[in-house]
Design a protein. Sequence first.
Length: 250
Amino acid sequence: MFSDTALAQRIEAGEALNAAGSGESIPICGGYANFAGVGSPVTHAIGLGMNGPITEPEFDRMEEFYRSRGCAVNLDLCPHADWSLIEVLGKRGYRIVECNNVLAGPVVGSPDARARIAEADEEDGWNRTLIKGFFPPSEITAAELDIGRRMFRLEGATAWLGIANGEMAAAAAMNSRGKLALLFADSTLENFRGRGLHLALIRARLHYAAKLGCDLATASTAPGSGSQRNYERAGFRVVYTKLNMQRDWS
């Protein structure tokens, strides 16, 4: 596996389709702009500029998609995107709000008794485990529950649970696009961290992805995070870093 534009195009195309399936979306600039509510972490544009130059009129259409819905424009900038995207972002005053490492690795895993696919009637429990893992001290909001429902019901995806002491202790999800397995929504409750549940969920999903015929897996993490270390333990490596760019309307 070589970290080049072809690999980035494959990963970004899969991520863009995942985003498109989690809300209202439009194809734009070679990728998708997705809207799942103001302030939602899945309200963003992804895959832009990955298949050649973008045009300003098309970019205008993407911005209006978000402006008309009352939210800032938030997009992922892949370092392999066409330079025309970087020029437009610079002219329009976009700022960096987040960085994410994109990792890729072999589809080599193993089953684990602590990790399994969630049943349909476990949607609410999976959802609440996911949210509480990300935001431990806060009350769960209706908007957060809606985001979780979209992920649980995403076409072609499987939701996963990590079980400890008979309880739902961790959550995760996986989707496949062609032969690419996309691992996402990894979350562990505070009281159950440090027990290897996250790594168990990674390896269990990879084992399942191999059964589906996938030949490559990808995930995104915060740089230097515990999640990144667990993916590296599973054989992944960082292939590029994306910048999350935002434009706020005055």
